[in-house]
Design a protein around this ligand. Structure first.
Ligand code: ZN
Ligand code: ZN
Length: 177
């Protein structure tokens, strides 16, 4: 592997007042909980192992830092929470974050990423954006009919023929009758 694809050297940019830079960086996201051969948890989605994420951002210097504004995109895969079929999609996430020389003491609700030796690492920004936006309980489609609770048939493929069970509270009355 060569240099980290998400690290951007910003020394020249910062020394040229009024300049902005457009950067498009692609790379693999070492994602917590990658898709493995054993399958994935129901109700969770992940960026598939080996898949690439992209950061397409404008870098705008300000006194003491760099403003990063753009889009992060990445593919995701999961399984439908109702019918357990594989689902997939593409995340496109608006990002607008700041990088600064020294951790700014300020309201802690705004995350500031570090500038290290005139390098900024877009990797943590990309990972944070993806982790927040991955679907927690994906559906294959909004009206997925799910599985029959009795025979397990996928009801998206048609009715299975099962008859809804009778209310057990009436079972004794049936016997009496
Ligand atoms: Zn489904
Ligand atoms: Zn059934």
């Amino acid at each position: 592997m060569g240099a980290d694809p998400f690290v951007v050297h910003v020394a020249r940019l910062r020394r040229s007042p009024g300049r902005v830079a457009h950067e498009v960086r692609r790379g693999e996201v070492a994602q917590a909980g990658p898709l493995d051969e054993a399958g994935i948890d129901p109700g969770r989605s992940v960026v598939p192992a080996g898949a690439e994420a992209e950061a397409d951002v404008m870098l705008v210097p300000f006194a003491g830092g760099i403003d990063v504004d753009g889009t992060v995109s990445a593919p995701w895969v999961g399984i439908c929470r109702r019918c357990a079929e594989p689902v997939s999609g593409e995340l496109r996430i608006r990002v607008h974050e700041r990088y600064a020389d020294a951790p700014l003491a300020g309201p802690s609700d705004e995350e500031i990423y570090p500038i290290d030796d005139d390098d900024i690492d877009l990797g943590p920004l990309v990972r944070d954006a993806i982790v927040l936006e991955l679907p927690m309980a994906p559906l294959c489609r909004p009206d997925c009919a799910g599985l029959c609770p009795q025979c397990g048939a996928n009801l998206n493929e048609g009715a299975c023929g099962c008859v809804a069970p009778r209310d057990p509270r009436w079972a004794n009355l049936d016997v009496l009758r």
